[in-house]
Design a protein around this ligand. Structure first.
Ligand SMILES: [Zn+2]
Length: 231
């Protein structure tokens, strides 16, 4: 496990250097993180999937739910983006579901709520966080999805997937088309990230590791920055 982190850290530092170099040009940023004053200020929605009675996928060894992990990743990503001066709106900030308690169709109710939050936010883009699960336990790795018709969504998704490919040892360098409500509910570039597989024993533990969460969220941040730079 330690060796994996050493490799990840090295690759990650390369990514940070690349992106910081990029940021110098894009944002007029010079010098250390603390002295950065990025402009313009970007605004993003970070959506933690599931919640409440809908726990999502469950890890078979530890019983961790997707609900919990999605929230941890969303909060970590929020923190990183805010450090760079971005405005971040979370669709949820605790483990409760977004549906109305009285709703007969809770799934529909929560999706409508997510849509409402995204529309009100006036954000530049949407990042929805999920964890995957599959019958074949050997399958692992992060995948980024975008809506079929969205050119901007595809650009954003590929920017993030490429950073994953370069820094997180994932096999895919290209994002995939996904048919998800969250990708189509607003007229903004939107991506859904399946951060890893809770059905894979190794990844179930890795996804709960705080250092790994930081690295993955930083990779997502780097991908979004790369996308903004391409505009
Ligand atoms: Zn999910």
């Amino acid at each position: 496990m330690k060796n994996v982190f050493v490799v990840l850290k090295k690759k990650f530092l390369v990514c940070v250097l690349v992106v910081l170099t990029m940021a110098t040009g894009v944002l007029g940023v010079v010098g250390a993180k603390k002295t950065m004053s990025p402009k313009p200020q970007f605004a993003i929605v970070v959506d933690a999937g599931h919640g409440g009675v809908d726990g999502g996928a469950v890890g078979s060894q530890t019983g961790i739910t997707e609900n919990e992990l999605n929230l941890q990743f969303a909060q970590t990503l929020k923190q990183i983006c805010q450090e760079y001066g971005w405005k971040v709106v979370l669709t949820r900030s605790d483990l409760s579901g977004l549906y109305s308690p009285l709703a007969s169709n809770k799934k529909r109710s929560e999706m409508e709520k997510r849509k409402e939050i995204i529309e009100k936010s006036k954000a530049d883009l949407v990042v929805s966080i999920h964890m995957n699960s599959f019958a074949d336990k050997s399958v692992c790795g992060a995948n980024v999805f975008y809506a079929k018709e969205s050119v901007q969504g595809q650009m954003l998704a590929n920017a993030v997937q490429e950073i994953f490919f370069e820094t997180m040892q994932v096999r895919n360098s290209k994002a995939k088309v996904g048919d998800y409500y969250i990708l189509n509910c607003a007229d903004k570039p939107s991506i859904l990230i399946e951060c890893g597989f809770l059905s894979n024993d190794k990844e179930e533990l890795l996804l709960q590791d705080k250092e790994y969460q930081q690295q993955m969220c930083y990779a997502i941040f780097c991908g979004i920055l790369k996308y903004f730079e391409s505009l």
